[in-house]
Design a protein around this ligand. Structure first.
Ligand code: UD1
Length: 345
């Protein structure tokens, strides 16, 4: 029997598609809303190939309130929402701040306005470790202060968290869980779904796999003069399937009234900091492919080092990041090879 219907906004995207698979595997029915602005309808086929079930799909922009009302009318009984849909390129957000504020704030408010009248019991929100800026204490836990955002993108995550908290404290009839992701990487082990960046990748791992494939000439390592053991920046790289599974636990928790508070916040990371140079070595070890890279200057706005204290998610959610870095990088490579086989890139 179905555990209920979950609306996944941005479900054709990278994290959304992996989460849809895990929701379906856990017995939920999934309704995807995605405007395909930075994603591909073919991901829906990949989801179906993995799970044998095709999620309902609406090509709709979540900022379009009338269209969203239609989705709720057609898909009665939606119990929970996972809200992934957002613009997420840090550099682009500096160029197009209004677009970022419009896309990322309106969509959340539209959904939250529609939740009570449609009886939706809870929302899980995709936030980011970017809200911590450069933390004073590492590993960083959820009580760390929120630092001034370094980009409009980062600011939208902070404001979205405030919107959720204010709404919850005002007494709205639903719950919220805010998940602060560290750096999601990798792909589904079947290589049926994965990350499909538009144009030149801004994020490290897609750039690594595209360079290894010969699509990019060489990887630029942004800085080797940071205050870290090898001088390159440190992040907490989390396997996307592990990350997806945390969303299922969060939804279960909201819908079975296990939340201790009406709004809860969890870091989702491994607890392990990995430098850019370590990641390159791990990629080469995992795949046997040599990577062409050079050290260049620092990238503006980069944080020197950040990794998670995931104790709260481990202890309260009972969730742990299980996959290791090498296997995760191998999965990213397998996905890149599949894109090549399919003639996509
Ligand atoms: C950034 C955002 C994060 C956001 C994510 C989404 C900040 C501080 N972080 O993560 O909030 O959720 O993007 O896209 O705003 N690197 C290279 N060469 C490259 C690309 C990256 O050396 O070609 C390095 C970067 O300097 C960084 C690491 O790789 O140290 C990871 O970079 P990236 O994948 O872009 O993620 P973040 O910047 O951590």
């Amino acid at each position: 029997m179905s555990k209920g219907k979950i609306l996944v906004t941005g479900g054709a995207g990278y994290i959304g598609s992996h989460t849809t698979v895990e929701l379906q595997n856990a017995g939920y029915d999934v309704v995807i809303v995605d405007n395909l602005s930075n994603s591909n309808a073919d991901m829906i086929n990949g989801i179906e190939r993995i799970t044998g079930t095709r999620p309902a799909f609406y090509q709709v922009d979540c900022n379009d309130k009338e269209a969203m009302k239609d989705v709720f009318a057609k898909e009665s009984g939606i119990k929970g929402i996972i809200h992934f849909a957002a613009s997420k390129a840090v550099g682009e957000s500096v160029q197009k701040p209004l677009m970022y504020y419009r896309n990322n704030l309106d969509s959340l408010m539209t959904l939250m306005e529609l939740m009570p009248e449609n009886g939706v019991e809870g929302i899980v929100f995709s936030s980011s470790c970017t809200v911590y800026g450069q933390p004073d204490i590492l590993p960083v836990d959820e009580t760390a202060p929120i630092k001034p955002a370094l980009s409009p993108y980062g600011n939208t995550k902070q404001i979205n968290e405030e919107i959720i908290r204010d709404a919850i404290y005002s007494g709205v009839p639903y719950k919220a869980i805010i998940l602060r992701y560290f750096n999601p990487i990798g792909a589904h082990p079947t290589a049926e779904i994965g990350e499909l960046p538009n144009g030149v990748p801004q994020n490290l791992v897609p750039f690594v796999t595209q360079t290894a494939m010969g699509i990019r000439k060489e990887l630029s390592v942004f800085g080797d003069d940071y205050d870290t053991p090898d001088g390159s920046c440190i992040r907490d790289y989390i396997n996307v399937v592990d990350l997806a599974k945390a969303h299922v636990i969060a939804v279960d928790r909201m819908l079975t009234n296990k939340s201790e508070e009406k709004v809860e916040i969890f870091n989702l990371g491994t607890g392990r900091g990995v430098s850019v140079l370590e990641l390159i070595n791990a990629f080469e070890a995992a795949t046997g492919v040599k990577l062409n890279y050079k050290i260049v200057g620092r990238r503006e706005g980069d944080i020197e080092k950040v990794w998670a204290n995931p104790d709260r998610a481990n202890n309260v959610l009972g969730w742990v990041a299980k996959e290791n870095l090498e296997d995760t990088l191998a999965s990213a490579w397998k996905w890149q090879e599949k894109l090549r086989r399919d003639g996509i890139m």
